[in-house]
Structure formats: C-alpha cells, structure tokens
Design a protein around this ligand. Structure first.
Ligand code: ADP
Ligand code: ZN
Ligand code: MG
Length: 482
C-alpha cells in the first residue's frame, strides 16, 4: 500500500484530417513552406467571415460516438480571448459551455507500458469539443519565426475525467484514443506532425481520502512516452513536497525530455482570463436523433470489438489480438489474410513472430510492409502441408521481402521442397552415422540426447530440406540396430 492515491485526468488535442481548415478554404496540409497555406480568414484580417467545415464537424461527432459520448443536439462556438503571437485573431474560436460531445468513456485493458496487467476499466470522457488550432512558433538563434499554416486547422479537444491512477493507465488511455481515431479515419494521430498532443493533470491525495489534492497541469507533451515519464516524475516530485510537510499550489508546468523533469510555467495567480463569449459570426450547430443515428450506422468496428472478434471467432489469444489490433493497417492486413488462411492462428503467429520482428529490424513502418498478405498465407500453408520445412520457410520469408515472387515460385527456384521420401533421407542418415563414429559410441553408451546432433548433421546434409520427423524416426531405427 502506498501512502498516496494518484489522480490523473488528460486533455488530449487531436487534429481532424480534413481537406481544408476549420473556418476557411485553405488546405489542411502539413510540411509546406511556412505561411503559404493561409488566407485573410485564418490570418484574422478585419471584416472576414468564418465558415464552418462540415467534414470536421462530422469527424468530431464520429469521434464522440466512437468514445460512447452523448452528441449534443444543440451546441455553439465561443471566442476565447488571449494575446499571443501564435493566434493572429487574438482570439481562438472554440467551444465553451455547449460542446459538440458530452459524457462518454474509453475502455482500457491488457498489458500496460511497463509490462504489468492493467485493471479492466473505463476512463470517463467529460467532453469533446471542436476548435481551431493555432500557429507554430519556431525559435532560431537570436530571433523567432511564426508559421501560420497550422492556424485554423480543425482541432478536437478530448477532456477525460480524473479517472486514471498511474502512468501506465494514462499511456493505455492515450493508446486507446489513438486507435479509435485511426480506426474511424478521423485523424492519423501522427505525434511527430503534432496531430495529437496531450496535457496531463495530476494530483496526489492521502490514500483513501475523499477530497482531491491540488492539481498540477503539465502542458504540451508530444509523445506518449514523455507523458508517461512526466507522470512518473511528477508523482515523485509531489510526494516529496507533501512528505516534507509542504503544500502544492495549482500551477502549469512544462516538461523537458533531456533533463526528464517538469518545470514551472505559470502559477494560478497568473492564470489567463479568457473572457469567453458566444461567437457572433457562426450559427449554433443542431442535430436531430435521426441524423445522429445515420452517422452511428456508418461507424467502423471499435478496436476492442475487433480484439474480441479475433479471440472469439479466429482462435487468437488475448495477447495475439492485442498485438494485431494495435494498428489499424496491421489489423486490416491480418483480417484480410484470415479470410484466406486455413489456420488464422498460424498466420497470426507468423505475423507476430516473423513479420513484425523483420519490419522492426529493418526499421520499416507497417504501412510500408512489402509482403502482400496473400504471400504470407501461401507460405504458412506450404509449411503446414509439409511441402517445405520450417527452416526453409524462414529462407522463403526473407526472400518475400525483396518483393515480387510468390512463395511457391521461390520454393521452386531454390529447390526447397521438403524431402519426405524415406529412401532419400536414409542416404543422409547413413552418411551422418558413417562420418561421426565418436557420437555413435556416445549413443551406444546411453547418451541418447546425442541424437539431436545427428538430426543437425542430416539437416545440414539435406540443406534444411529433410522432413525432421522422418529424420528422427530413421536415425533412431538405425542407431538402435547398431
Ligand atoms: P480547468 O478548469 O483547470 O481546466 P477542469 O476541471 O476542466 O480544470 O479539468 C481539466 C482536467 O483536469 C480534466 O481532465 C480533469 O479530469 C482533470 N482534473 C481535474 N481535477 C483534477 C485533480 N484534482 N487531479 C487530477 N486531475 C484533475
Ligand atoms: Zn485560411
Ligand atoms: Mg478545462
């Protein structure tokens, strides 16, 4: 039992992938020359009129439905005033008291980041609202630059309840959210491109205490790993202050990856007064039950539904299913292959132990996987039908990466057909016995495990093509007769 309960709530920003920005027709495109994707609307020129992006609104509703949220029949946009160079209008269009999506929840389970089992639980979602992203400051030596290409990109803010109690749970929640966004094609959630960012709120209270402690917010974590690290660090820091009889003040902190520490950004006294008021240039958004129902019908399977289906109907273990659903492209790949494979479980094993390892070794992201799933299915069938040995299969597998050829073509070209013919194998068996009198003597003296040595010799002589079961059987017969 530890002395403190840990309380964590996350505010996660996710950019919706749309053709154009939230309130203008500029492209929503990353990685362009600075300030080339801008217009008078997203640059905040006087007199311009914003026009809401239907695709962004739809994607936010879908995000809400995927997270089990209530969709508001009536919601509106508000102005949040603040003065900072990243915001050319000096206010951000966001949603304050009437967000698009209300209460929901996201399920976490399975193995946590640190490898231990997570409690099976639902992390409550307070709300999801839609707003516009701000520009990006770039700091150079002696001066700074501002790129407004990102200003006005549709941005969802997903606010969680303070339901998480460890860095692992927060990590799992972030992973679950990212999966949902990718499955429903709402966002790619590429954190390196800033498409998903997260603020951590964390407080400690004496174990069992009713009232929450003072919350500290850590801003702008740009990887799940830094979110995890910052929580672990902050737990220790806050516990030390409390242990020494100190008090925590509500404050906003930053995180440095290099030092692995949080640092003070601003205290509550310096908190902003945002002076929210309804955005006068935009109409409220309304939805009827039947409109919401229609969107619901277009939703894809949730990652957790997919996991359950893989276990229930395809004979996978929970672990296999968790690995294969972690990424949408990967889960589709397996799903497609499972339709063709005689044994989906064997296909899953090959994907997990061979394909993913090989991709990882070669530093290839799954999207760039060069092996068509049909080829992998064919390879698995060749092994299970006994056409090639497991050893040859590995050889074929690495050839598959060079692309083009099917496993059957590779087997034919390399002459890898498994030798299951007794008389052919017998020749290798006899040869291996003749060449190794010392080991034969050991066998005769009762060291029967030396048979593995002979199996190895026969496999070498047959270039890995001899059927191992037959090799074993023949070796035993021969050696026992001697
Ligand atoms: P604020 O008004 O400061 O933005 P909110 O009540 O909107 O605070 O909460 C922001 C986030 O902080 C939410 O994700 C919420 O779950 C979390 N949170 C609120 N209180 C606490 C607390 N005492 N400890 C940890 N997290 C908290
Ligand atoms: Zn624009
Ligand atoms: Mg808040």
């Amino acid at each position: 039992m530890s002395k403190y309960d840990i309380v964590i709530g996350l505010e996660v920003h996710v950019q919706a992938r749309t053709n154009s920005k939230m309130f203008c027709s500029c492209p929503n495109k990353f990685g362009q020359e600075p300030n080339t994707m801008v217009c008078p609307v997203c640059m905040g020129f006087p007199g311009v009129m914003p026009y809401p992006n239907r695709e962004a609104v739809m994607k936010t509703v879908m995000a809400g439905l995927m997270c089990g949220c209530e969709i508001a029949k009536f919601s509106k946009f508000d102005r949040k005033s603040y003065f900072y160079p990243d915001m050319p209008k000096n206010y951000q269009i966001t949603q304050y008291d009437l967000p698009l999506c209300g209460r929901g929840g996201v399920h976490i389970f399975g193995k946590g980041f640190s490898g231990n089992d997570l409690p099976d639980k639902v992390i409550g979602i307070t709300r999801i609202h839609l707003e516009e992203d701000v520009g990006k400051l770039n700091h150079f030596s002696g001066y700074s630059g501002i790129d407004y290409n990102r200003a006005g990109v549709p941005l969802m803010e997903i606010v969680s309840e303070p339901d998480m109690c460890s860095a692992d749970e927060a990590y799992a929640y972030l992973t679950a959210l990212k999966q949902i966004m990718q499955y429903a094609d709402i966002s790619d959630c590429d954190m390196e491109k800033g498409q998903m960012r997260c603020d951590v709120n964390i407080s400690l209270k004496l174990a069992g205490a009713k009232e929450f402690g003072t919350k500290i917010e850590i801003k702008n974590l740009n990887s799940f790993r830094s979110a995890h690290r910052s929580i672990e660090h902050e737990i220790v820091r806050q516990a030390e202050i409390l242990d020494n009889g100190g008090r925590l003040m509500q404050e906003t902190r930053g995180w440095t990856d290099e030092r692995g520490e949080t640092y003070l950004l601003r205290s509550k006294e310096n908190a902003h007064d945002y002076r929210y008021f309804p955005e006068p240039d935009l109409l409220p958004m309304t939805f009827t039950d039947s409109e919401i129902g229609k969107i619901k019908n277009t939703l894809p399977e949730l990652p957790e539904q997919k996991r359950a289906r893989f276990v229930a109907t395809l004979g996978l273990t929970e672990y296999d299913a968790q690995v294969l659903t972690q990424d949408k492209t990967l889960s589709d790949y397996f799903d497609e292959g499972a339709k063709q494979a005689k044994s989906p479980k064997m296909l899953a094993n090959w994907i997990i132990t061979e394909l993913l390892r090989e991709l990882n070794d070669r530093n290839i992201p799954f999207e760039k996987n060069p092996v068509p799933v049909g080829h992998l299915v064919e390879l698995v069938e060749l092994v299970s039908a006994g056409t090639i040995t497991g050893k040859s299969a590995k050889e074929v597998f690495s050839e598959l990466f060079s692309g083009g050829k099917t496993p059957k073509q590779i087997v034919a070209e390399k002459g890898l057909l498994q030798i299951s013919d007794d008389s052919a194998i017998d020749k290798f068996v006899v040869l291996s016995i003749e060449q190794n009198p010392a080991q034969v003597k050991q066998y005769k003296e009762g060291k029967t495990t030396v048979i593995q040595f002979f199996v190895g010799q026969v496999m070498k002589l047959s270039k890995g093509k001899a059927n191992p079961q037959i090799v074993n059987k023949l070796l035993k017969e021969k050696l026992d007769q001697m």
